[in-house]
Design a protein around this ligand. Structure first.
Ligand code: SAM
Length: 238
């Protein structure tokens, strides 16, 4: 990475061919948190990686700071995991260790964004896991960024018992139950002084908003609770 080229430009260049929705101001905020928290103990955990846009920004911060690894957890759906609902919208379900884990069930994906943003991924790549690993290796981050196909519960089962997290980025299932459950699970590894961030906060997902309000803003366990960009919310664990 060049010390004189703006990080914003470097991130933009790194993610320019990676499908996804995370805007550059959000990626820069994630990078900055991951970089400036490098003096804390612990790794970075991302729940919800899709094709790797945010994982690349987090990986670049781990690389530049020389501190910590990035663990990425996603259901990584294949093309055949997607199905059309009766109203023409789309959802998917993936088999994880014999459990069928669904996504986009509560807030389904409309046909137009599915055809525009999701279907083309499966024309370019064998699946989203292949898209993700391509993004990571194209940016020289394979030794720092790892992926697990599963949900948070299945990841924590195989993660080292000593896992400590200095920054958790939550961008998986957006239902209230799932976000609440993910916060509770992450709290087992999130260090005091570490950061938790949420995508799609206070934008258009009631489940995400309500879970953040109850378990983060109204909780005594967190400080510096702040919406940072249009849809990225961050808080620090006391
Ligand atoms: C909006 S995308 C993530 C985008 C990514 N952070 C980026 O910057 O490009 C949401 C992701 O969450 C994943 N997902 C949904 N439910 C999940 C769950 N229960 N566990 C793990 N991943 C899940 C989906 O497979 C999808 O890849």
């Amino acid at each position: 990475m060049s010390p004189t080229k703006p990080i914003t430009t470097q991130i933009e260049e790194a993610v320019q061919d990676i499908p996804g929705w995370s805007p550059i101001d959000q990626l820069l905020t994630l990078f900055t948190l991951a970089y400036t928290s490098a003096d804390l103990d612990g790794d970075i955990l991302e729940l919800g990686s899709w094709c790797g846009r945010s994982a690349v920004a987090l990986g670049m911060a781990a690389k530049l700071s020389g501190k910590g690894k990035v663990h990425c957890v996603d259901l990584f759906p294949e093309k055949n995991d997607w199905f059309k609902n009766e109203d023409g919208t789309y959802s998917f379900a993936v088999n994880i260790e014999g459990r069928l884990v669904g996504a986009y069930g509560e807030q389904t994906v409309w046909a137009e964004p599915y055809e525009r943003d999701i279907a083309p991924v499966y024309e370019r790549f064998a699946g989203t896991l292949e898209a993700f690993t391509t993004s990571i290796s194209n940016n020289g981050l394979s030794n720092l960024v790892s992926s697990v196909k599963g949900d948070l519960m299945s990841f924590l089962k195989i993660a080292p018992k000593s896992l400590k997290v200095r920054l958790a980025f939550i961008d998986g299932d957006h239902s209230y139950e799932a976000v609440s459950n993910d916060i509770a699970l992450i709290e087992g590894s999130l260090i005091h002084g570490g950061w938790i961030c949420f995508d799609d906060a206070f934008s258009s997902y009631k489940g995400v908003n309500d879970a953040i309000q109850k378990h983060i803003i109204d909780s005594d366990n967190y400080e510096f609770c702040q919406q940072m960009t249009r849809k990225l919310f961050v808080a620090r664990r006391r």
